[in-house]
Design a protein around this ligand. Sequence first.
Ligand code: NAP
Ligand code: SF4
Length: 674
Amino acid sequence: MNYPKLLEPLDLGHTTLKNRSIMGSMHTGLEEMEGGFERMAAYFAERAANGIGMIITGGIAPNFESSRGGATMSNDEEAAQHRLVTEAVHSADPDVKICMQILHPGPLAYTPDAVAPSAVKSRIGRYVPAELDAAGIQKQIDDHVRCAVMARKAGYDGVEIIGSAGYLISSFLVEKTNLREDEYGGSYENRMRFALEIVEQTRAAVGDDFILIFRIAAMDMLQGGMSWDEIVTLAQRLEQLGVSIISTHFTWHESAVPTIATMVPRAAFTGVTGRLRKEVNVPVITSNRINMPDVAEEVLERGEADLVSMARTLLADPEFMRKAIEGREDEINTCIACNQACLDHTFGGKLTSCLVNPRACHETKLNYLPTKSPKKLAVVGAGPAGLAYAVTAAQRGHDVTLFEASGEIGGQFNLAKQIPGKEEFNETIRYFNRMIEVHGIDLRLNMRADAKLLKDAGFDRVIISTGITPRVPDIAGIDHPKVAGYIDVIQGKKSVGDRVAVVGAGGIGFDVCELISHSGPSSALDRDLFAAEWGVDFENHPRGGVTGVEPQVTPSPREIFLLQRKETSVGSGLGKTTGWTHRITLNRRGIKMMKAVEYERIDDAGLHIVRDGMPEVLEVDTVIICAGQEPLRGLYDELVAQDVPADLIGGAFEAAELDAKAAIKQASYLAAEV
Ligand code: NAP
Ligand code: SF4
């Protein structure tokens, strides 16, 4: 067997989990959408049919007032909707368990009716929550219990109660959010009371033959957060009250340590779960940045957990477990932890999907069905768009030739993978290389296809994914020898001096700054380096894991100015859930960010700019241009002029949208229909 630990069943007493893999909870937006439950049923059933052991749904609120428009489970009508999901999962594989997560957002609710133990606004909350009175507390407990009972009626095998992340239950546990002086505040015994009463009363109401998971913040990454003793005490008390499983979580949403972004090392936090596992007798779940089966297996092998939870991993590839079971792990479409189409969407109020798998949450809308009329297709350019098109079309039975002018596939991904902290992009390139083999795509590297070749070869259709060319801004002195393009810098073709100005502060300007301000090995590949850089103490576990721990930052070996013309704060356009990590990193390294800059000229003295009406010279020896891109469409125009049927995709279609998420999505939809 390939992964003996991962594939080992787990006996929970009244029931057995068929293996140690869990699809972890993730809100998708389907929960609230018209017809969303039908789509959610298809989404989960596809994962259930492909080997996952247990699924936990996105968070469902226990009452209307806590969610205001969000999904709730409080009555028969709602239970009937959920039945679509539970039946779909159980008919896909009767051995797969599905639990519903009960999530009361408390101070993080998007409603003026938000409630909490005390009227303490979260750093990321929208409203100051109202303090619950004694009757209010009892109502919340009752609603959690009713929610679990309704979940059972809806056909779920269990529930997960979330007691972490800054939501209601966790806000009772932590001193800074619980200022109460009654029996629910003050001492830790009192602060635990709310969580314990919910669990005790839920267990009594649902019976013993129902999975009851409690999600605990095993390291909340808060200054003044929970101490290790408090975490252990809570876990042991939960065990006494009959939880079936304890799931470990590693953050509050407001904490200032990245825990799921791509710069977080794989399985960075599983050691914390391992320590907690020694303190309890119920199975424990670990999670975060577990994106390949060998990573999961190693965590289990080290005895750090009984179960491994993977959420985004399963968004990216619904067949993740099947491929692991069948020894086809090189075919796994790996989650690269970019958050661009999942959490950035969730927190932006958009439907979740996945950058590398646009079918995620669109299983009823986007399907790659075998073609009834196979065509001879040429795809020109093996960047993200070209690759997605070629693989999707070939998978459907088309005869695909993929032309690439350079010696390797990947396009812009080959730049991204050079940036410290973005090593995961190597996985996407590995995946596409393997898919080219699996689907028999005729890959022609080092071949610049021209219009004559494409026309003479008699292709039924030519897909142009020739990408972009970097924009050359109209600045006097742009030809000066100290000017470098970002591609040359990332590829190491142009040396970079000690004093640098970076023109353009989009995603690529930030990437370039990361690269040239970085020294030493990448902390994304080393848990200890990561911990030092972000001020986390895994060994001693002070309160929250971070209290009193200073981040150890290696200053940039260069003086760097990152510039933009816009008046908005620099980096505000980066991804919602990851942009802050890039801003913090560059700030800590001493990069000077400047907004509302006018560029005057570049000469031997440096870069001349105007700010607030005042001229200034940045005495730099390198000016790196990261000013966006222009589409490369010449070939497309030629083909159209010669009446060759052609489509334009990716950056060549819309350079302003040059982003792998849009490129892969557009290509996949088009290839699904050709
Ligand atoms: P971008 O996000 O469009 O940023 C281009 C920057 O250049 C802007 O800061 C713009 O700001 C400036 N600019 C535009 N025209 C200019 C001109 N004529 N002269 C001087 N400055 C000019 O493009 P990008 O940074 O190249 O990124 C391209 C794509 O890759 C984006 O879609 C991005 O989402 C994606 N990407 C994302 C990440 C990520 O972290 N998620 C990382 C890398 C790339 P001003 O106009 O204010 O000066
Ligand atoms: Fe993973 Fe990115 Fe897909 Fe989210 S969008 S599941 S982080 S690859």
